[in-house]
Design a protein around this ligand. Structure first.
Ligand SMILES: C[S@@+](CC[C@H](N)C(=O)[O-])C[C@H]1O[C@@H](n2cnc3c(N)ncnc32)[C@H](O)[C@@H]1O
Length: 272
């Protein structure tokens, strides 16, 4: 495989630039003010599937600026958030100080997570907008297995890969991307703005992403020695993946009624 680090460097620059825009939260996408005022719960989906986290050692991979990490801390988890964006980690530490919630934040690539943190974890928490940024799921799954205590588990919830290959054109959903993107030939996106609706232009607008099939996700975890407890498919997602999507309950989005149903997201628990 050729060197994939230029792709990850470009992605990091993009994420660094998004952080202050997301933190300003002009249109309330991240509901940061509400978080600071009254705490932001995770979505009902994660809460229902994750169970009680009080007293559990949780590593939150790709934690962005730490909102969900701090939400987990608020529920009594002993949390470590990890992200490769220095700007995100700086902001996460600031938010932890502002809220007074106990949390450790580590700046590292997911693939370096085992070296970057000490100890083992009861839960690896990986949700919403994660593996599309990772070229190699075998290394991802091995990293997670190495972070977990025996008996500990990965909780994963993210966009469904079968949905990620579609684009909306003239009111129809059409396949646009092949599934199982090769590590050294990522999908290239040029997006002038971030996804929150804030019009601030991005300079580092080019990103590189990968679509991993459901079988690749599951098989990488099994090959890393984990056992699947459940795999669920859901009709909703925390952001509208297509312009045609409509709001659903609990801050989620779903397909409009005239589109034949298919899952927009997938969640699973895999145990070491
Ligand atoms: C959509 S955000 C995830 C949001 C997250 N679900 C949350 O709790 O808000 C994607 C995050 O992945 C991080 N990221 C992307 N590639 C990464 C990598 N190779 N290693 C570590 N973090 C990475 C980005 O910096 C960004 O903060």
């Amino acid at each position: 495989m050729s060197d994939i680090s230029p792709f990850l460097d470009a992605n990091r620059r993009n994420w660094d630039e998004r952080v202050p825009i997301h933190r300003r939260d002009r249109n309330g996408f991240y509901a940061i003010e509400r978080f600071l005022r009254e705490g932001k719960p995770l979505h009902a989906l994660e809460i229902g599937e994750l169970g009680d986290v009080a007293g559990k050692r949780v590593i939150h991979l790709q934690c962005h600026f730490g909102l969900d990490t701090l939400a987990l801390a608020r529920q009594g988890a002993i949390v470590t958030g990890l992200d490769f964006s220095p700007a995100a980690i700086e902001e996460a530490r600031r938010l932890a100080a502002t809220t007074g919630l106990p949390a450790q934040f580590v700046c590292a690539d997911v693939y370096d997570a085992r070296r970057a943190v000490t100890g083992h974890f009861d839960i690896a928490y990986v949700t919403w907008g994660t593996i599309c940024w990772l070229p190699d799921l075998t290394r991802w799954a091995q990293t997670i297995a190495a972070l977990l205590e025996p008996g500990g588990f990965l909780y994963f919830a993210d966009a469904h890969p079968n949905m990620l290959i579609l684009e909306e054109r003239d009111g129809r959903l059409v396949p646009e991307f092949a599934i199982d993107t090769p590590a050294d030939r990522p999908l290239v996106f040029d997006e002038a703005q971030t996804y929150t609706g804030d019009p601030t232009p991005l300079t580092a607008s080019r990103t590189y992403q990968w679509v991993h099939s459901l079988s690749r996700i599951v098989t990488s975890l099994i090959d890393a020695g984990l056992t699947l407890d459940f795999l669920h498919e859901h009709a909703t997602l925390p952001w509208p993946p297509f312009p045609m999507c409509v709001p659903a309950e609990g801050g989620m989005y779903r397909l409009p009624d005239h589109i034949p149903a298919f899952p927009l997201s997938v969640s699973l628990r895999a145990r070491k």
